[in-house]
Design a protein around this ligand. Sequence first.
Ligand code: NAP
Length: 254
Amino acid sequence: MNTLFDLAGRVILVTGGSRGIGFAMAEALAQHGATVVLNGRDVAALEAKAEALRTAGLKAEIAAFDVNDEAAGRAAMERINQTHGRLYGLINNAGIQHRSPILEFTTKDFEHVVSTNLTSCFYLSREAIRLMTPHGGGRIINTVSMLGVQARPTVPAYIAAKEGLRALTRALAVEVGPQGILVNAIAPGYIATEMNVPLMENKDFSDWVVSKTPMQRWGKPSELGGGAVYLMSEAGAFVNGHVLSIDGGMSVQV
Ligand SMILES: NC(=O)c1ccc[n+]([C@@H]2O[C@H](COP(=O)([O-])OP(=O)(O)OC[C@H]3O[C@@H](n4cnc5c(N)ncnc54)[C@H](OP(=O)(O)O)[C@@H]3O)[C@@H](O)[C@H]2O)c1
């Protein structure tokens, strides 16, 4: 294998790794030699996906926990560290959406989105940094969004959380870069996943996505894999604090 993209021996935890973008990134990492640890809340779904990867000759395990449960998240990371001797990478990818007009958007719903999409990334990154530091380095990737820099109605919590996660990416990149820990983000465009089923089923919205995307289509989850491999591998050895857009050009179209 080309050593520039070789991830053999690297253990990488992917939150929200049971389906969609997270699973696609995990699959690509495993195809390049990594041992991937898939996280989500549904043990059966995680086990099925990990087994599919193992059947393909890849290295995959599971760590089921709700990212809102800090104690469970910390314990899972400790277990990974003890089992493998080192956690090399973390992808903070678990995320949820909540759509509602502002006057019906409850504070509880706002806080739940922010907790899942941002606060969890803070504490998981902190614990990852704690484990990575004695080994002289590691990698963290946060899944952000075009939303944040740009906005659409009815998703204020998601926008606030994802913009916060971009800021957290910069903050940690400058703080732990000296320790050899690189912190970057991937910003997907509109990708055909379960999260977007209501949008894909809305013909007007789906046509709008296609018309606004220079590549004239929705993205596929598998198209996020290459970016994750790049940022986890030797190829990305001097990339820090960067947001990699993978959106078919949507974010740069006027
Ligand atoms: N799809 C897009 O167009 C798009 C665009 C920009 C950014 N993103 C971001 O990309 C990430 C993945 O999105 P996706 O489209 O792949 O979504 P998805 O298909 O709905 O998958 C979400 C994943 O997150 C997990 N998850 C949700 N809540 C969790 C929690 N509390 N604890 C642990 N795991 C949890 C889900 O597993 P369980 O539900 O089984 O726990 C699942 O594995 C999200 O951060 C999303 O905001 C997506």
